[in-house]
Design a protein around this ligand. Structure first.
Ligand code: 3H9
Length: 699
């Protein structure tokens, strides 16, 4: 049983004890009901306290239980809350640290609530694509007022208990104690003080009205429209709260329940729940236990003050870690520092950063022209030109100067980290840290594990990633690692689509309608088409048989490198990012098509999306089978956080699971028959073929 029962004098204390966050799984729910039962039967017990062990009151329903029989099994959370409401003896929730989702709903079912300051209070269900399903949409408006409650429910954001306690007329907390340490004793005293109160107060009996009624809910619906674009839950939250204001409590509760069950089975909710667990699972490396000793990272050096080096540096400055940047020339350093300043100043202007914080961060930044000045850094990250010879020179110098035990990292996006490691005498200290541009904004960090990378180096950088607020995923060594290796196939497909009859705008529109933040051609223009050009030139030597559309090379030959040159697949007006289709580019594609003797055909949006997305899926299956990625969900995390894959689809492999792997393979077999495509590529990866044949999914 994951709830403990103890009697202190005449108060029974039920303590949720289901680490890490006292999720309300079946055994905890049963534990609460059993505790209540015992307390009713013990004449010496006059009142009851429910609290949570460890670092949470409760984080809510056990997300890992969703989709299993246990989630629905009695006592379900509504039944637990009913048992509390029907208790003959007063039940007091003693809330601390975290009271979220079902945890907050449980507290709202109690007769009284005593809270510690610093507790994060939220109904975050909307972030999982659902809504509170144990009365949260009905009870929270009754204790906070309709508007504050709806704001919390629709945003899912946590608010500190002391802030909520200050809301005028709030009935959420009966008492806010002075400190978390005081909670246990004060909750016991409070429980004793209400032992004889009858009838017992119930939140469900409080009134729930909004003075503007229908007009307010119409306004609220308009407000959530933007958020609801790909997600049904936010608008449904409005419906459920409106129901709370309209009829009897029981009817509102029934309406909430119906919506909750409906949302739980939507693909959007499945995707969000998958990503919640996937993001947390990504930080776990199968053969690197959580207790692996970590190296201390108190200072960081960055080689290169370009866009990447500057963005990388900002991450550490933001986290309060001193950074020293090295460049070859003073002018380059000056330019780099000016860019960092400009970025921070923009944040100050927007009110996102306080001026004193900006100065504090800049004070942590220093520069040098000499490798010798870097020797004491605990971690050095190289962000120089993507060419193996350049990397060799850098790593040889680093090997010569860095102190023993320093971690030597490369920000390479495609090159062989094993080779780079062996430019040094300490390959165990070398790791890839592939940041995504803009490095101070993008959440993804690909941690590239070389054959020799030491486990404590991996453990250290994974921990550091959390500190700088990145989502880190481990990749093995291969050309392009997880993300860029897959995007290569996606880009090849995008090129073939042009050859066969599409315009860049048509391809981009189709995949953006599917939900991608940006289509492949707009993305190319943003990243710089010259980068892909350089990679293709290298690959042409390494993989001479690899088939590509020539259109991207023709574009680069015209100097249309993208946004930075004001012209790429599209035209750009200075200072704006809007992509304006360009007739010359379309003509260039048409002429190329003619030169190949291809008669253009009309390609449906469905085919465009399938070819682009399934190319990712097939390459991902190879990556998984080769052990480059540790698990399928890591690949989804890479694509969601680094490549703008639509969140509501849950990543390429989650999406493939939703479509059904059998259907994915069938589509690939069709594509393989297209003489203008790459039949070899469309052979299903053995893992994909096997899972499809066995009716299984990527796990
Ligand atoms: C709900 O309540 C539905 C009801 O309305 C209706 C029911 C009928 N369950 O984030 P962290 C695990 S829906 C199971 O790294 P932090 C998490 O997986 C639920 N496990 O820590 C991880 O495990 P592991 C509504 C959970 O300190 C570990 O805890 N509630 C749950 O940065 C640490 O997580 C939510 O949506 C859970 N509910 O943040 C709350 N929550 O170590 C979602 C966490 O194995 N949770 N875990 O990887 C959060 O927002 C954060 O996890 C929290 C802690 C703030 C609690």
């Amino acid at each position: 049983m994951t709830a403990e029962y103890k009697v202190h004098g005449n108060v029974a204390v039920i303590t949720l004890a289901n680490p890490p966050v006292n999720g309300l799984g079946l055994s905890t729910r049963q534990g609460i009901v059993d505790g209540l039962e015992k307390a009713q039967q013990d004449a010496a017990v006059k009142s009851i306290v429910i609290t949570g062990a460890g670092g949470a009151f409760s984080g809510g329903a056990d997300i890992k239980e969703f989709g299993t029989d246990k989630a629905m099994q009695e006592p379900n959370l509504n039944s637990v809350i009913a048992a509390i409401e029907n208790s003959d003896k007063p039940v007091v929730a003693a809330i601390h640290s975290v009271a979220m989702g079902g945890g907050l709903e449980l507290a709202l079912g109690c007769h009284y609530r005593v809270a510690a300051p610093g507790c994060s209070v939220a109904l975050p269900e909307v972030k999982l694509g659902i809504l509170p399903g144990a009365g949260g949409t009905q009870r929270l408006p009754r204790v906070l007022g309709v508007e504050p409650a709806l704001n919390m429910i629709v945003s899912g954001e946590a608010i500190k208990s002391e802030m909520l306690a200050m809301l005028p007329g709030q009935k959420l907390f009966d008492k806010l104690v002075a400190s978390p340490e005081a909670l246990a004793a004060e909750a016991l005293a409070f429980a004793q003080s209400v032992a004889d109160v009858r009838p017992l107060p119930l939140v469900r009996n409080l009134p729930c009205k909004h003075p503007q009624g229908d007009a307010y809910f119409q306004f609220a619906r308009n407000m959530v429209k933007g958020m609801s674009k790909n997600f049904p839950a936010p608008a449904k939250c409005v419906d459920a709260v409106e129901a709370a204001t309209k009829g009897k409590f029981a009817d509102g509760l029934a309406a909430e329940r119906e919506i909750f069950i409906h949302l739980m089975w939507t693909p959007e909710s499945r995707s969000l729940r998958h990503l919640f667990l996937a993001e947390r699972a990504a930080s776990k490396i199968p053969d690197v236990p959580a207790d692996t000793p970590k190296r201390e990272i108190k200072s960081v050096a960055v080689i290169g003050a370009g866009t990447m080096g500057g963005g990388i540096s900002m991450n550490f400055l933001n986290a309060g870690i001193p950074v020293k940047i090295l460049e070859m020339k003073q002018e380059a350093l000056d330019r780099g520092i000016a860019t960092i300043r400009k970025n921070y100043e923009a944040q100050v202007k927007k009110g996102k950063l306080k001026a004193d914080k900006y100065e504090q961060r800049m004070a942590l930044l220093s520069t040098t022209l000499s490798y010798d000045d870097l020797k004491d850094a605990d971690l050095v990250i190289e962000a120089v030109f993507e060419e193996i010879g350049v990397k060799e020179a850098v790593f040889k110098q680093l090997d010569a100067v860095m102190k023993p035990g320093a971690i030597l990292a490369s920000n390479t996006s495609t090159l062989d980290v094993n080779k780079i490691a062996h430019f040094t005498q300490r390959p165990q200290d070398v790791v890839g840290l592939h940041f995504f541009s803009p490095a101070n904004v993008m959440k993804l960090l690909e941690v590239v594990r070389g054959d020799a990378t030491a486990k404590d180096v991996l453990a250290t950088v994974m921990q550091l990633a959390k500190k700088i607020k990145k989502t880190a995923v481990v990749s093995g060594v291969c050309d392009g690692f997880i993300g860029n290796r897959m995007i290569e196939q996606y880009s090849r497909q995008a090129g073939f689509l042009l050859d066969e009859g599409c315009t860049p705008a048509q391809v981009d529109k189709a995949i953006e309608k599917f939900g991608f933040a940006m289509g492949p051609f707009r993305m190319g223009d943003l990243a710089g088409n010259d980068i892909g050009w350089a990679i293709r030139k290298r690959r042409a030597v390494e993989h001479p048989d690899m088939k590509y559309s020539k259109t991207a090379d023709l574009l680069c030959e015209k100097g249309r490198f993208g946004q930075k040159t004001g012209a790429g697949w599209y035209d750009y007006v200075p200072g704006k990012r809007d992509a304006i289709p360009n007739a010359e580019v379309v003509q260039m594609i048409e002429e190329h098509r003619k030169s190949l003797g291809i008669t253009p055909r009309k390609i449906s949006d469905e085919e465009i999306v399938q070819r682009l997305v399934f190319s990712l899926v097939n390459e991902a299956a190879h990556i998984l089978e080769e052990g480059i990625a540790n698990k399928a969900s890591d690949i989804d995390v890479v694509y969601i956080f680094g490549y703008g894959f639509p969140v509501h689809r849950g990543g390429p492999l989650n999406y493939a699971n939703e479509v059904g792997l059998f259907n994915v393979v069938q589509a690939m077999k069709r594509f393989a028959k297209n003489p203008l495509d790459d039949a070899q590529f469309w052979q299903p990866a053995p893992l994909l073929a096997r899972l499809a044949a066995e009716g299984k999914t990527f796990q």
